[in-house]
Design a binder for this molecule. Structure first.
Ligand code: NAD
Length: 258
């Protein structure tokens, strides 16, 4: 039977790849995120053609609690429930702490951390009622280790691991698992956008940032593919993963082994 899967921030990059992976299983999808109307329409049409099930886009801004509540309410109204929640929306800003804009700090904490609390707050009662559910938080290698100039991002990602563990304990007897995926670098717009800022902050060329900063962190010296994260999310949502809860799975080319 088709599950209903909500993926925040799924108009681009990793979120879109995760949505496509679930579409490949014939699931209903609620996608979310920004983009031009014609681009979003094309994404919905592509996912529908893959899944042959229902696909809707909800425009909730992950900094706005009322819109986040409406996202989950709309998913439940449209498809009956939420079986899988993937908290993926995220942004980055690269700057040393003393120059880090306060509004950027607040925005990153809101999108990368608080939005997951808010989606979970609305979704958990639905999952508890069904005695089944899967919550997957897209964290980062930066949930486990830090890098300079990414204070808000690293703080939010470390925070989401704590939230993951807490929710898993609260839901341990409810048939609902809660886990995090910690990717290393994936070449998405989020990473491409930070290359010029990192170059400026470190006094390097953009090419040097790619080879000496980004891929230097990953012992395999290869980017993780967004589709590989989609495959991992499918596993965490599967019945085989029913005893996997309150933990994280790294997919980072060995980054955090060092
Ligand atoms: P991306 O920039 O390609 O996509 C981000 C998505 O979030 C887009 O759909 C965007 O519209 C949406 N979004 C941004 N602000 C939003 C808001 N206020 N409300 C709703 N949606 C919003 O980024 P990505 O690289 O695919 O990142 C996705 C997640 O993966 C993030 O949580 C990121 O921290 C995490 N991650 C990325 C990498 C990487 O190397 N790309 C590594 C580890 C973790």
């Amino acid at each position: 039977m088709a599950r209903t899967v909500v993926v925040t921030g799924s108009t681009s990059g990793i979120g879109l790849a995760i949505a496509a992976a679930f579409a490949g299983k014939g699931d209903n999808l609620v996608i979310n995120g920004f983009g031009k109307p014609e681009e979003i329409k094309a994404i919905v049409a592509r996912l529908e053609s893959i899944s042959k099930a229902g696909v809707i886009h909800h425009p909730a801004d992950m900094t706005r609690p009322a819109e986040i509540a409406d996202l989950i309410e709309t998913a439940a109204k449209t498809f009956g429930t939420v079986d899988v929640l993937v908290n993926n929306a995220g942004i980055q800003h690269v700057e040393k702490i003393e120059d880090f804009p306060i509004d950027k700090w607040d925005q990153i904490i809101a999108i990368n951390l608080s939005s997951a609390f808010l989606t979970m707050r609305s979704t958990i009662p639905l999952m508890k009622a069904k005695k089944h559910g899967r919550i997957i938080n897209i964290a980062s290698a930066h949930a486990l280790v830090a890098s300079p100039f990414k204070s808000a991002y690293v703080a939010a990602k470390h925070g989401i691991l704590g939230l993951t563990k807490t929710a898993a304990l609260e839901l341990a007897e409810s048939g609902v698992t809660v886990n995090a995926i910690c990717p290393g670098y994936v070449l998405t717009p989020l990473v491409e956008k930070q290359i010029p800022d990192t170059a400026r902050a470190r006094g390097m060329t953009e090419e040097q940032v790619k080879t000496e900063v980004i891929l230097k962190a990953q012992p395999t010296h290869e980017f993780v593919k967004a589709e590989e994260i989609g495959a991992l999310a499918l596993y965490l949502a599967s019945d085989d993963a029913r005893q996997v809860t309150g933990t994280h799975i790294s997919i980072d080319g060995g980054w955090t082994a060092a």
